[in-house]
Design a protein around this ligand. Structure first.
Ligand code: GDP
Ligand code: IMO
Ligand code: MG
Length: 417
């Protein structure tokens, strides 16, 4: 049976966690395939809030197995901290032995490079994501499975420091102390190795046997994709649906239904182009009504209007069968709601996303606002203005909107027939 997939179609923080948690009640296996603890997925159930960074958002379904795939970069320290929130993870959490490790020095490199970039900083989460992926690609990274033999791993890390001595010195990063590092690795070996498996084989077996429903959970969003996002202001992985193939060891034909997650407006954390950003009072109002502060870093998110050009691009890139439109309630009380329906670029009106997105200006269409949709759980109970807005977004993105969300709570969701 093919695996269904959830993917962010904006700049992250679209509400993926809420939808994965909601859908996970019907799935047996939930997998993360890229990113690391730069992600922050918030779930609210019956007034209780849970923030997840590395553990897939299926963890609240006690029957689901949660997999951290080979495409994820794992900070053992962050993972152990996150695991403390849950009892009995044995058998409910599996980590690929091919997932790369993030060490303290990756975080130090990330922060040092950001400092050196000055005003051109990416605005990373400072979690060491980029440096860990760089080490993976330059074949000097280390994988989960290497925790099986920490003596060898320790020697390799010390050699790596020696080989890159000048670089580390220039960044002001000291070599780790061998005995301290050994203790750290020993702790990770003891606590994490019981969860480490060949995750690809595990998934293949379940797929071949049949009867297991599998959900794949993307982190970040399409516009932060290393290839198709707003490079270099992106994250260091393929966030799009295609990333699930490499990040788990699946073939394209293993992917089933793709649901793109979008906010009813737009946000972005960190630097880089954001055509529909509102820098004034309207942006402040969206930030306040939407509580737009990062789950991972607490940074205020930049806010603006729904960008239908970028959303249509993202829907095509991911092959979205449908969209979930989140945070519709945040637009409650706005008299007028704007949507970018095209861009002005090099003196022309265009309907696609050029690779230099910083040089476009949005062309807006205005829609009438509504009083209140907060907590609405049925399509028929939505005000006509909200229905018209949703239908217009379906037209503009060429994608059906199958799910609507009207509060952070799992229960406040409309599944359209
Ligand atoms: P993710 O990274 O895509 O999982 O999204 P985040 O969890 O970082 O950010 C989304 C935020 O919006 C979280 O605080 C959610 O609890 C919240 N949220 C999700 N859906 C809704 C909604 O429909 N309405 C409101 N008001 N908040 C929502
Ligand atoms: P979730 O999964 C929003 C952004 C950072 C920065 C850029 C690169 O919660 O949607 P990185 O630390 O990855 O090297 O930072 O990517 N970023 C996110 N923005 N949501 C996220 O994850 C993000 N993960 C990274 O702000 O601009
Ligand atoms: Mg988030």
């Amino acid at each position: 049976m093919a695996a269904d997939l959830i993917v962010g179609i904006q700049w992250g923080d679209e509400g993926k966690g809420k939808i994965v948690d909601l859908l996970a009640q019907k799935y047996d296996i939930v997998c993360r395939y890229q990113g690391g603890h730069n992600a922050g997925h918030t779930i609210v159930v019956a007034g209780k809030t849970i923030a997840l960074h590395l553990i897939p958002s299926g963890i609240l379904n006690p029957k689901a197995t949660n997999i951290i795939g080979n495409g994820v970069v794992v900070s053992p320290e962050a993972l152990l901290k996150e695991m403390e929130q849950f009892d009995n993870l044995e058998g409910r959490l599996l980590i690929s032995d091919k997932a790369h490790l993030i060490f303290k020095y990756h975080e130090q490199i990330d922060k040092a490079r950001e400092r050196l970039r000055g005003k051109n900083a990416i605005g990373t989460t400072g979690r060491g994501i980029g440096p860990a992926y760089s080490d993976k690609v330059s074949r000097q990274g280390h994988r989960m499975g290497e925790l099986r033999d920490i003596d060898t791993l320790l020697d390799k890390i010390m050699d790596y420091f020696k080989a890159n001595e000048a670089y580390f010195k220039a960044l002001g990063i000291a070599s780790p102390k061998k005995e301290e590092l050994r203790e750290e690795l020993e702790l990770y070996r003891q606590r994490l190795l019981p969860f480490v498996v060949d995750a690809t084989n595990y998934l293949w077996e379940k797929m071949e046997r049949g009867g297991h429903k599998i959900l794949l959970e993307g982190a970040q969003g399409t516009m932060l994709d290393i290839d198709h996002g707003t490079y270099p202001y992106v994250t260091s992985s393929n966030t799009i649906a295609a990333g699930a193939c490499t990040g788990l060891g699946l073939a394209p034909k293993d992917i089933g239904k793709v649901t793109g997650i979008a906010k009813a407006y737009c946000t972005r954390v960190g630097n880089g182009p954001f055509p529909t950003e509102e820098l004034g009072a309207l942006g402040d109002r969206l930030r306040e009504q939407g509580h737009e502060f990062g789950t991972t870093t607490g940074r205020p998110r930049r806010c603006g209007w729904f960008d239908a050009v970028a959303a249509r691009y993202a829907s095509r890139l991911n092959g979205c069968d449908e969209l979930a439109l989140m945070k519709l309630d945040v637009l409650d009380g706005f008299e007028k709601i704007k949507v970018a329906v095209a861009y002005e670029y090099e003196g022309e009106r265009i309907g696609y996303v050029p690779s230099d997105l910083e040089n476009v200006r949005p062309v807006y269409e205005e829609f009438a606002g509504w009083d209140k949709v907060e907590g609405v759980r049925g399509w028929d109970d939505l005000p006509i203005e909200a229905k018209l807005y949703i239908e217009a977004l379906e037209d503009l993105t060429d994608t059906r909107i199958g799910i609507l969300s009207t509060s952070p709570d799992r229960a406040d969701t409309i599944i359209r027939k």
